[in-house]
Design a protein around this ligand. Structure first.
Ligand code: DSN
Length: 484
């Protein structure tokens, strides 16, 4: 099945128009800095020639990409729709309101905030909105004040101490959680006392009973669900039950799987939006939009989320919000549902392809868009496997596996995702072939005992695999018809 790659489904006219647009844009850039024009051409050529399996990447449509290259970039618009700290924001208001409208309609959310510049920013907005709603507002009332500026120095210090003394619980990093879910190297770990929940050591799956018991003991203000490397679906209805029982706000970070939510692959208990108080996402992963973030919220949290800028965000990137609106409009089309289903079907095919060739998968498979292969059975670290695959033109990223003996830098796993190649039109058989090529590289790679980074790929393997991937890539061209 050819999934919606947006360019191909729009037909030859669309591709020809996009070609002309890009040729003109590159010509203009060339007049100032030809090396940037050259790098831009080369990036497309490189992306066209590699098997992109990074689970968090995709290919946005020319409509989305071109929308980012306009004079909306020049406009300051701190504040929110209809309430800006700058004059002449009428067109930015139109753009931001449209992006939010599409997001609300697509995800069935009461409120959407389109300003975050990234997933990290979206999570920061969410954390501060939760702290504002649950701690600051009641704290002000207790102190008999309406605004933080009305507080005495002593009372402000009391409130600051309270804001800095809250608890957050999220998935552990080695089982698939994200750095922004309360880990010390990230600001979230400095803001909150954090405790992690993991997965069952035998099945690799979230153990909701163990999670509930830990939450009862820890009593977090914020319970975070969501992941960047867990290859399974999450029951968000159960997560909400647990949050309600312990008095926590449920925040879901759906950055990785927003496309599967938008495309109705995840519905009912697996759709986070009706269950979470606040849902955050990036817009560029499985959702296939521009690089950026988005926050969805209930009416209760909406007013605090709306203050994201200037609370934690710099001035909104209006050109990117415009591109978010275009991408969200694309995701509301029926073709996007076929695309999202193909992403999940292809991940299953990739996982089955590894399993049938002796691969060892975390959780034994997948039911979302990603697959986590434990490469220690090939005698390799994740770092060695990632580099060997790259030598053969296969772009992936190394990732920790649960209780990883090689730590977070070298790791023992490789994370694979299907959103990008599915956009190119890869189907289930193609992904089985991809599994075959990956296994061919890894089983012909030998670790160098002197270093967790060094390795040797047997002679001729990288070239042979590059040639075989070339056939798959040629059959599923990236931006077909786009000629620079
Ligand atoms: N960069 C994202 C990912 O690869 O999952 C997370 O930050």
């Amino acid at each position: 099945m050819t999934a919606d790659s947006t360019v191909s489904t729009q037909g030859a006219d669309y591709a020809a128009t996009a070609s002309t647009a890009y040729q003109n844009i590159l010509q203009v850039i060339e007049t100032v800095e030809p090396r940037i024009a050259a790098a831009t051409r080369k990036e497309l050529a490189d992306q066209r020639e590699s098997l992109k399996l990074i689970a968090s990447e995709n290919y946005a449509s020319p409509a989305v990409l071109l929308t980012m290259g306009t004079w909306f970039s020049d406009k300051y618009a701190e504040g929110t729709v209809g309430h800006r700290f700058y004059a002449a924001c009428q067109n930015v208001d139109t753009v931001e309101a449209l992006a939010a409208e599409h997001a609300r309609e697509l995800f069935g959310a009461p409120y959407a905030y389109a300003q975050p510049h990234s997933g990290i920013d979206a999570n920061l907005v969410a954390y501060w909105a939760i702290l504002a709603t649950r701690v600051e507002t009641p704290g002000l009332a207790e102190l008999g004040a309406k605004h933080v500026n009305d507080l005495s120095e002593a009372d402000w210090e009391k409130l600051r101490a309270k804001l800095g003394n809250q608890r957050l619980m999220g998935m552990s990093l080695d089982t698939g959680g994200h750095l922004t879910h309360g880990f010390r190297p990230n600001i979230s770990g400095k803001m909150f006392h954090q405790r992690s929940y993991g997965t069952d050591p035998v099945t690799g799956l979230i153990d909701y009973d163990a999670l509930a018991a830990a939450a009862r003991e820890f009593k977090p203000l914020v319970l975070v669900a969501g992941y960047s490397a867990y290859p399974r679906r999450v029951n968000f209805a159960k997560m909400r039950e647990i949050a309600d029982e312990v008095g926590a706000t449920l925040m879901v970070d759906m950055a990785h799987f927003a496309g599967l939510v938008a495309g109705k692959v995840f519905t009912g208990d697996e759709d986070p939006v009706p269950h979470a108080h606040v849902t955050t996402t990036t817009t560029h992963k499985s959702l296939r939009g521009p690089r950026g973030g988005l926050v969805l919220a209930t009416e209760e949290y909406a007013p605090a989320v709306d203050k994201g800028c200037p609370m934690v965000l710099g001035g909104p990137l209006s050109h990117v919000m415009a591109a978010k609106a275009v991408a969200l409009a694309e995701a509301r089309r029926p073709e996007f549902r076929s695309y999202a289903q193909a992403v999940a079907d292809n991940a299953k095919s990739l996982a089955d392809g590894f399993l049938s060739r002796g691969g060892n998968l975390v959780t034994g498979g997948t039911d979302n868009h990603l697959v986590l292969l434990d490469v220690t059975s090939f005698g390799l670290t994740g770092r060695q496997a990632e580099s060997a695959l790259l030598d053969a033109g296969i772009v992936t990223n190394r990732n920790a596996v649960p209780a990883d003996a090689n730590g977070a830098w070298y790791t023992s796993g490789i994370r694979f995702g299907t959103p990008a190649l599915t956009t190119r039109g890869f189907g289930a058989d193609d992904f089985d072939r991809v599994a075959e090529l990956v296994v061919e590289v890894l089983s012909n790679t030998t670790a160098d005992g002197s270093s967790k980074a060094k390795y040797t790929v047997a002679d001729g393997v990288a070239d042979r695999v590059r040639a075989a991937s070339g056939e798959l890539l040629d059959a599923n061209p990236l931006y077909p018809g786009l000629v620079l």
